[in-house]
Design a protein around this ligand. Structure first.
Ligand SMILES: NC(=O)c1ccc[n+]([C@@H]2O[C@H](COP(=O)([O-])OP(=O)(O)OC[C@H]3O[C@@H](n4cnc5c(N)ncnc54)[C@H](O)[C@@H]3O)[C@@H](O)[C@H]2O)c1
Ligand SMILES: [Zn+2]
Length: 384
């Protein structure tokens, strides 16, 4: 729709274009996605003679599943090109994004009809998602997450991005995929450390809005990590609740026009801490530290009681997450981290702070003195 303002004089002619873009994408479990008989992945896009797909696959995933993936497309008579990427947080950059763009160009990817299929962890999904946004101003893409973190978090929203200017995800876009297929059998080849990492994001969701999820983590978390989230229904229930909570928060606020977001929990101080500590801390570990820091802050304010604060720490420990890092006591860094978050949230803190497990409110009045006091309290909790 457009509006032509006829009342304006010759030199001030004005047309206003107004439109709404419908957004629809799915997040769907599909076990054994690359079993040649499973046709889910080929539901969208061209089929039949000459049908093609462009795949972007994480190098480690390729090591374990490359043969299976290639066989899937051969058996289904799909011509494909496979772009293998060594994707690490330290390589989540412009060069990797352009490497993928160049491979798309070499493949002569169509504008629609040949959805790009991205198979990997959160890092690759973010970079390849950005490349999909940029190529021909946007080509469709399908996410196939292969880490627990990507399954429950990075695959659920519409964000893409790369790190730049020494800041996390400083360049990126909101760009909806066609959808995501979640296959938990990928998790068997992940280390326990990788699964712990993901549990940082699940813990975030539990503490900020889902007490039942917290209790499930408390009861089954460490066992599920050992079992790599296979077989048992509790593993699925934890994933489902986590994803459901995320969808519930994202769907009404996909473009983040409302900046009071519960899912920002754990992402106040952690972005800078993670960046400075790289590659020592993974994303989920940094998020977990931020979660614990916020709980201690809440406890110092007399909001979250001692017993619940203790429970959160115990669960974090059970899940193999760190409960302290020296950077949390670097006041200059903590201040800059909060300042950058305030800039990101348009000038006010909008900090989601849990009052109890599963219930939170937003605050704008956290002072440097309070941060310092919280850091000291965190340090005191750490066994020497
Ligand atoms: N877009 C979003 O909304 C969103 C949300 C949360 C996190 N993220 C991003 O996700 C990233 C973290 O993702 P991650 O934790 O998945 O890290 P990652 O993508 O680096 O994967 C972790 C490691 O596991 C390997 N790997 C992946 N799948 C494997 C498998 N099945 N078997 C064996 N090894 C495998 C990878 O090669 C990598 O070495 C961060 O950059 C974060 O910003 C994005
Ligand atoms: Zn995160």
């Amino acid at each position: 729709m457009f509006h032509h303002d006829k009342s304006k004089g010759l030199h001030k002619k004005k047309w206003t274009v107004q439109t709404k873009v419908p957004v629809s994408f799915f997040v769907q479990f599909s076990e054994n996605l690359f079993d040649p008989k499973n046709s889910d992945l080929l539901e969208v896009g061209a089929r039949g003679p000459g049908a093609r797909r462009f795949l972007v696959v994480d190098e480690n995933v390729h090591k374990h599943y490359g043969e299976k993936i290639e066989k899937y497309f051969k058996k289904n008579k799909i011509v494909f090109a496979l772009c293998k990427i060594h994707s690490h947080e330290t390589r989540k950059d412009v060069d990797t994004a352009f490497f993928i763009l160049k491979a798309m160009e070499d493949f002569k990817l169509q504008r629609t009809g040949e959805p790009v299929i991205v198979v990997g962890g959160g890092v690759l999904l973010d970079i390849a998602g950005l490349a999909a946004t940029l190529y021909r101003r946007g080509v469709p893409y399908i996410r196939v997450p292969t880490t627990l973190l990507a399954l429950v978090d990075a695959s659920v929203g519409v964000k893409t991005g790369i790190n730049h200017f020494s800041r996390r995800n400083r360049i990126g876009s909101y760009y909806a995929p066609v959808g995501a297929y979640l296959d938990r059998t990928f998790l068997v080849t992940l280390s326990e450390k990788e699964l712990s990492n993901a549990s940082g994001e699940i813990l975030k969701m539990a503490v900020i809005k889902d007490k039942k999820l917290f209790e499930l983590l408390e009861k089954h978390g460490s066992r599920l990590i050992k079992e790599k989230f296979q077989k048992s229904s509790e593993g699925l229930e934890i994933m489902h609740r986590s994803i459901h909570g995320m969808v519930e928060e994202l769907a009404p606020n996909l473009w983040e026009t409302e900046m009071k977001r519960l899912v920002n929990f754990g992402h106040t101080w952690s972005p800078l801490i993670e960046m400075v500590a790289l590659p020592e801390l993974s994303h989920g570990e940094a998020v977990a530290l931020d979660v614990l820091f916020s709980c201690v802050l809440s406890n110092q304010r007399g909001l979250m009681n001692d017993k619940e604060t203790e429970r959160v720490f115990r669960v974090a420990k059970d899940l193999g997450l760190p409960t302290f890092h020296p950077l949390l006591t670097d006041m200059a860094l903590m201040e800059e981290a909060l300042a950058d978050t305030v800039r990101h949230r348009n000038g006010s803190q909008k900090l989601p702070i849990p009052l109890s497990i599963g219930y939170a409110e937003f605050y704008n009045d956290v002072t440097p003195e309070e941060v310092k006091k919280t850091s000291a309290a965190m340090k005191k909790r750490t066994p020497k």
